[in-house]
Design a protein around this ligand. Structure first.
Ligand code: CU1
Ligand code: CU1
Length: 280
């Protein structure tokens, strides 16, 4: 069984294994297929039209399955690797070990946000950006630019306390847990983290930055924590609803996956510990 660990607890050897597997998927072209797929879904999801990956109830099951597929691709390269989660309620500054040169690298250039150190720096020649971009081929970030702050434990706990999964109109205007976690309402959790990292993470092609997977592994963990706290509150909508994926609807691009299939993460993996920031 796959165990997903807190990125802050990975050993040097585990960090190296993960970054090597990421580089190998990039080299073979597999990685950029995930970037392109995410880009296409994000650009086509809209508040009043068909929406699957974002601005909709299936935001959480869609990304859970997207991460599972990607994790399986990593494990084909190295069976010991799993997707770590980034507990940004705790590891909340650009000085965090997450951004050190032995892991994801940081942001070193004010002028254009180019990442200059670590395995994904342009100088290494192993991480050319090709999908969903503007001609600049290097990974970009603007960590915490303009004094932006990552969401706090208190903000996370307030969202985990919401008892309804989602509500009509099932988009970025909805009340409920999903939309507050996604970030279109309230304190803004998920979206704000994309913006805090900046550069590619603030674009539709956000998986160009490998931190995408660790951010979403944490969002996924928060969904599991919410389910644990609200065992009687299920995925909604349960009945057919125009433009959105109900509980037993098929989720594109897969032809055999429904939200119902994704509800219990324990079918697929375990977490190494309790949710960072879910207490206190
Ligand atoms: Cu996404
Ligand atoms: Cu995201």
């Amino acid at each position: 069984m796959t165990v997903r660990k807190n990125q802050a607890t990975l050993t040097s050897e585990e960090k190296r294994a993960l970054t090597n597997a990421l580089l190998e998927l990039k080299r073979t072209g597999v990685y950029d297929r995930y970037v392109a797929a995410h880009n296409n879904f994000l650009l086509s999801d809209s508040d009043f039209g068909d929406r699957v990956g974002h601005r909709s109830p299936s935001f959480l099951p869609w990304h859970r399955r997207f991460l599972l597929d990607f994790e399986a691709a990593l494990q084909k390269v190295d069976p010991k690797v799993s997707l770590p989660y980034w507990g940004w309620t705790v590891d909340r500054t650009p000085a965090s070990s997450l951004w050190a040169a032995d892991f994801l690298g940081g942001t070193n250039r004010a002028r254009d946000g180019q990442v200059l150190d670590g395995p994904f720096a342009r100088a290494g020649g192993n991480w050319a950006i090709t999908a969903g971009v503007d001609g600049r081929d290097f990974l970009r970030r603007t960590l915490g630019a303009g004094g932006a702050q990552l969401p706090t434990k208190a903000e996370v706990n307030a969202v985990l306390a919401m008892t309804v999964y989602d509500t009509a109109p099932w988009n970025s205007a909805s009340d409920g847990f999903r939309n507050h976690l996604e970030g279109w309402r309230g304190a803004n959790l998920h979206n704000r983290v994309h913006v805090w990292v900046g550069g590619h993470m603030a674009s539709a092609a956000s998986p160009n930055d490998p931190v995408f997977w660790m951010h979403h592994a944490f969002i996924d963990m928060l969904w599991a924590e919410w389910q644990r706290r609200n065992p009687k509150s299920g995925y909604q909508p349960a009945a057919r609803t125009p433009n959105v994926v109900d509980l037993r609807d098929t989720m594109r691009p897969w032809n055999d996956v429904t939200p119902a299939d994704m509800l219990d993460h324990r079918t697929f993996y375990a977490f190494d510990t309790e949710t960072p920031g879910a207490k206190g």
